[in-house]
Design a protein around this ligand. Structure first.
Ligand SMILES: C[S@@+](CC[C@H](N)C(=O)[O-])C[C@H]1O[C@@H](n2cnc3c(N)ncnc32)[C@H](O)[C@@H]1O
Length: 317
């Protein structure tokens, strides 16, 4: 029986932040106000698509040419396919509902909130907007070395040749390049980003500079997608305060650390009103320590050698 009928039922749950990520076009720091657009609620973009291929119409046409018995059989088959389509679509919707309510009760949301924040609160602070790739030049500004002393920050980490380091929220790779020089060709820097545009800039710069030990990794807002127990040191420079899911990110980063591995926060000093950065983009040592206290991390030291940033170091316990 030559009978063509094709039907596809496709369920696609985007999961927590995989894929689409809205960009924020203006610089976040140095007094420049960013355009706001809240991150998606990270998970609720389930798409249900039911596609009937042209075969369905074609099948109806062919039906007229068949005998009565064949017609009844075909009608039965058509009916059965219709019912299975409905069942499959209901199943997809049920599955989607089951995957969207994943957030632990550690976050609260407020309508009234800071212009520089996303209206989502964690451990008593509002989470800041992510810096969009459109502001990439700000990360590469020539005066950055004078203002922030990134080279000194990297020296303070006392890295060894052959170390495996993750630069989470690597941006254009400003820090990844410095790290790459410290760990040598046998070491690896995982440069993790959630914006593919940043990773493209980073990859081009590494190629121009002939740096081969930096591996770009496209993470998600909940997961840096690093191999388990593989990293000696995780560095976050001016990043943690803008994690959309800090609780999940820290949990996932701890999994990626080797036993005894270090997790390092470089954050603009929240205690100092003279630091010319917007409040939501700064952090106090007390706040960082408070947020890490619930994880299997031991605070090791806070290094205060930089002009306007803390270096806060924890060890996986
Ligand atoms: C202010 S920039 C800092 C870039 C870089 N660390 C530097 O100092 O040059 C923050 C970066 O963190 C990235 N980011 C934010 N949340 C992230 C997450 N959950 N995982 C990875 N990257 C993230 C943003 O896309 C942005 O490029």
């Amino acid at each position: 029986m030559a009978y063509t009928y094709s039907l596809f039922v496709e369920c696609r749950g985007s999961g927590s932040g995989d894929g689409a990520f809205p960009q924020h076009p203006a610089p976040a720091h140095g007094g420049v106000r960013r355009k706001l657009s809240g991150l998606p609620s990270q998970s609720n973009q389930e798409v249900l698509q039911i596609r009937f291929a042209p075969g369905l119409i074609f099948a109806g046409f062919r039906l007229r040419l068949c005998s009565m018995r064949t017609k009844s059989a075909l009608l039965l088959l058509q009916f059965w396919l219709f019912i299975s389509t409905l069942l499959a679509s209901a199943l997809c919707q049920a599955q989607d509902k089951g995957t969207t309510v994943a957030e632990p009760p550690v976050y609260t949301y407020r309508q009234e909130h800071d212009w520089d924040g996303i209206g989502k609160f964690y451990a008593g602070r509002e989470i800041a907007h992510v810096m969009g790739h459109q502001a990439a030049d700000w990360l590469e500004r020539p005066e950055r070395e004078d203002e922030e002393k990134p080279s000194l920050a990297v020296v303070s980490l006392k890295l060894k040749l052959g170390d495996v380091v993750a630069d989470i929220g690597a941006g254009t790779g400003y820090y990844s390049r410095l790290l790459a020089g410290k760990i040598g060709t046998n070491g690896t820097v995982y440069a993790v980003e959630i914006q593919q545009e940043m990773l493209d800039i980073l990859t081009n710069k590494m190629a121009q500079l002939n740096i081969h030990n930096v591996k770009p990794v496209l993470g998600t807002i909940t997961d840096p997608r690093l191999p388990a127990s593989s990293v000696d040191l995780i560095l976050m420079v001016d990043v943690y305060h803008e994690f959309d899911h800090p609780y999940e990110m820290v949990g996932a980063m701890i999994k990626a650390l080797k036993p005894g591995g270090r997790m390092v926060f470089v954050e603009f000093r929240g205690e100092d009103p003279k630091v010319p950065i917007k409040p939501l983009h700064k952090m106090t040592v007390a706040q960082v320590r408070k947020e890490m206290a619930q994880f299997p991390l031991k605070w090791i030291e806070t290094i205060e050698v930089l002009p306007i940033q803390h270096i806060i170091i924890f060890r996986k316990g």
